[in-house]
Design a protein around this ligand. Sequence first.
Ligand code: FES
Length: 83
Amino acid sequence: MDEAITIYIDGNPVSVKPGVVVAVALAQAGIEHFHRSPKGHLRAPLCGMGTCFECAVTIDGKPHQRSCQTQCRSGMRVETENA
Ligand code: FES
């Protein structure tokens, strides 16, 4: 069994299994909303296959990354865009 890795979600350390995508890590951490629409509505993953961009978060300083298409890497810093 692979050892867990640590990522940081909004600054908080979270242990996840290697290979898990960021959207799953966020859901496992209890985060329901990942970002806000241009009109300010809270958004969450919809398609799970990379087409809707509703799962967008900031990853390692790069905004608007699709969390459903990005595997977790040790030390990764994920920021939700809910503010
Ligand atoms: S959930 Fe649709 S692009 Fe990620």
